[in-house]
Design a binder for this molecule. Structure first.
Ligand code: CU1
Length: 177
């Protein structure tokens, strides 16, 4: 009886491993077009008991966001619209909004992303450090994204990841409290 039970457990364990292995091989959305949806575990559903927080941000040819501080409650739905109000071409003056996880140094994120033009300056090695991001926008373009504010209170940095822009000050802080 006991040996039958243990054999059964062995079989179950083996099939569970098989399933997990299959899961690990699933594609990780590494497509050529970056998605607007959050890409990591912070992509939890927003808390429906909280009102939506709407934020409109502009980015300009001076490499500045006009909104450098956002406040939200843990789990609150945040909708960000970024508009590029500049006139310079996207190739030389594109802007995006990239909200980073707390364990990511923004300067290192930018460094790891500076050659990733094909994925709008979100590097393959650091894309899992992004809570949410817009598209890279040319002059006059805008993009709107929604995400749940992190459940963990604290400060989260958002940046424009176009090379050089973060260093010049194209950044802001989302405070979750
Ligand atoms: Cu920018």
């Amino acid at each position: 009886m006991n040996s039958m039970k243990s054999r059964l457990i062995t079989i179950i364990t083996i099939s569970a491993c098989g399933l997990l292995a299959a899961c690990n091989k699933a594609p990780d959305n590494a497509g050529s077009t970056p998605e607007n949806s959050p890409v990591n575990a912070a992509a939890a559903a927003p808390d429906p008991s909280l009102p939506e927080k709407k934020v409109e941000i502009t980015g300009n040819d001076q490499m500045k966001f006009d909104v450098m501080a956002i406040e939200a409650k843990p789990g609150q739905k945040v909708t960000v619209t970024l508009k590029n109000v500049g006139t310079m071409p996207k190739m030389s003056m594109g802007h995006n909004f990239v909200l980073l996880t707390q364990d990511q140094d923004p300067a290192k994120f930018v460094e790891a992303s500076q050659t990733s033009m094909g994925t709008e300056y979100i590097g393959p090695d650091v894309k899992n450090k992004v809570i949410a991001h817009t598209k890279l926008l040319g002059p006059g373009e805008s993009d709107t994204i929604s995400f749940a504010a992190p459940r963990k209170a604290g400060t989260y940095t958002y940046i424009c990841s176009f090379p050089g822009h973060y260093a010049i000050g194209m950044k802001g802080i989302l405070t979750v409290q």
